[in-house]
Design a protein around this ligand. Structure first.
Ligand code: NDP
Ligand code: 8X3
Length: 243
């Protein structure tokens, strides 16, 4: 196996899906994760057919530590040589004030966006440390920089991702591992449909009246970050629709 290997969490839709396609086009073998196994299978098939790259799919819920550990522990040594980790799986659940938001929504966001990211990173980073190379890209958000009403917990989780990224960057420098954090705003993916618990009409209204970013815009940005020379690290990148 002589191509680079990238592990993308949350590759079944949106930013993760488009990043899988663009990295496949750019000669990466891919480890793709998510809960929707049908989508993982069809993406694997599409990439293998079109780009002839190898694809390993891992079907697990990142909120569940044991499930996550089990899935990552099942990776064969030849696939453990992961060059790039894209910590992308994440979500918003609800858009409600602190005094009436659903506790379950809070748990889901914290368990996915913070704890899930940590579970995956903890495993993969040790393989990178052994090889003294690697690049981790964490999906934060503009919401982590500019909190908005009714989004306290989502914004808080993304702020946590940004802060965790900053400390990781310093800790991992000695092992030759780069850490980048991206903060997009308003990317038209399944994000808002998930936030509104499946209400597609309400979700679409979020992007009315302006041209939002696409998953491909962020995937292109990820490719840019990954293709900088060894001595260049993009630390923190804010990207919004022009509007
Ligand atoms: P999507 O809803 O389109 O994609 C989210 C991905 O995360 C899916 O592949 C989903 O897979 C995966 N995921 C969610 N929960 C879990 C879980 N418990 N276990 C495993 N995988 C999970 O949204 P986006 O592509 O927009 O979001 C990707 C990332 O970008 C998120 O971290 C989001 O917070 C961030 N972001 C998004 C912005 C936007 O405006 N859309 C802006 C800024 C940041 P599955 O359901 O199959 O498990
Ligand atoms: C998602 C961006 O601003 O729609 O992270 O919450 S926002």
């Amino acid at each position: 196996m002589n191509k680079k290997i990238a592990l993308i969490t949350g590759a079944t839709s949106g930013i993760g899906y488009d990043t899988a396609l663009i990295l496949a086009e750019n000669n990466y073998d891919l480890i793709l994760t998510g809960r929707r196994i049908d989508r993982l299978n069809s993406l694997k098939q599409e990439i293998e057919l079109k780009y002839k790259n190898k694809v390993l799919t891992l079907n697990f819920d990142i909120q569940k530590k044991e499930e996550t550990d089990q899935a990552l522990d099942s990776i064969e040594p030849e696939w453990q040589a992961i060059d790039v980790l894209i910590n992308n799986a994440g979500l918003a659940a609800g858009l409600d004030p602190i005094y009436s938001a659903q506790i379950d929504d809070w748990e889901t966001m914290i368990d996915t966006n913070i704890k899930g990211l940590l579970y995956v990173t903890r495993k993969v980073v040790n393989w990178m440390i052994e090889r003294k190379e690697g690049h981790i890209i964490n999906l934060s958000s503009i919401a982590g920089k500019e909190p908005y009403p009714n989004g306290s917990v989502y914004c808080g989780t993304k702020s946590a991702v940004a802060t965790i990224s900053r400390a990781m960057r310093i800790e991992l420098l000695q092992y030759g591992i780069k850490v980048s954090s991206i903060a997009p705003g308003a990317v038209d993916t399944e994000f808002s449909t998930v936030r509104f618990h499946g209400d597609k009409e309400r979700a679409q209204k979020v992007y009315n009246g302006f041209v939002p970013l696409t998953g491909k815009d962020i995937a292109d940005t990820i490719l840019f970050i990954l293709t900088r020379p060894k001595h260049v690290n993009i630390d923190d990148l804010l990207i919004t629709p022009t509007a």
